[in-house]
Design a binder for this molecule. Structure first.
Ligand code: 5GP
Length: 190
């Protein structure tokens, strides 16, 4: 398989297939940014980046939102492993901003079971925002076990374990510029 320049050795070893190239991601993220620009004109927009997975996505996305906005970060930990979210989450880093009466867009790397966002949305609703919308880069609808759905979604994917562009494998490989699958022997087993 042809990998971009600079991805060699240990970094390249587990990679099976590139699902979305850097260019495909950048084009889609730009389109999402343009859509948000249209939808939020004249509104007090607060983008809430869910750490750490949506760091790259959020950074790229907001540079395509052509209007003033605020950016804040939240970190949630769910008790579970890489493939199973238990749903019992807790905030490990809370927002700095007050969200009352504001238009909140939560940016997430991947919407899987929906348990993390279900928890987060319910928690943030208690703070009386004007509105909360969800913008996810990847959506795995086949795994959903909650009523949560994305208002904005980059790509819909089947039930695959994916890595790169913010998504980790055992806390590593987030910095790959593309989104890929890993070879079977590396994939966390169900
Ligand atoms: P949910 O609560 O929707 O089941 O889980 C969302 C979180 O699970 C994501 O933010 C991400 O951290 C993790 N996750 C779900 N699917 C994948 C995947 O395919 N790859 C990686 N690296 N993480 C995933």
């Amino acid at each position: 398989m042809e990998l971009p320049h600079g991805i060699t050795g240990k970094l390249a070893e587990p990679i099976e297939k590139i699902l979305f190239t850097e260019q495909e991601i950048q084009e889609r993220v730009k389109a999402l940014g343009e859509q948000l620009t249209r939808d939020y004109q004249g509104k007090d927009l607060l983008v809430v980046c869910v750490l750490k997975g949506s760091l790259y996505f959020t950074a790229d996305l907001i540079r395509h939102i052509n209007m003033p906005l605020s950016l804040d970060f939240i970190s949630v930990s769910s008790y579970g492993d890489a493939t199973h979210t238990s749903g019992i989450a807790r905030i490990t880093k809370d927002l700095d901003e007050d969200i009352e009466d504001r238009h909140v867009v939560i940016t997430e790397d991947i919407l899987d079971t929906g348990l993390t966002l279900d928890y987060l949305v319910k928690l943030l609703q208690l703070r009386n925002p004007r509105e909360i919308k969800i913008c996810t880069l990847l959506d795995k609808p086949s795994k959903r076990i909650t009523g949560i759905r994305a208002d904005y979604s980059g790509f819909e994917i089947p039930n695959l374990f994916v890595v790169g562009y913010g998504l980790d494998y055992k806390h590593k490989y987030r910095h790959l510029p593309f989104i890929c699958t890993f070879r079977d022997e590396f994939i966390p087993k169900d």
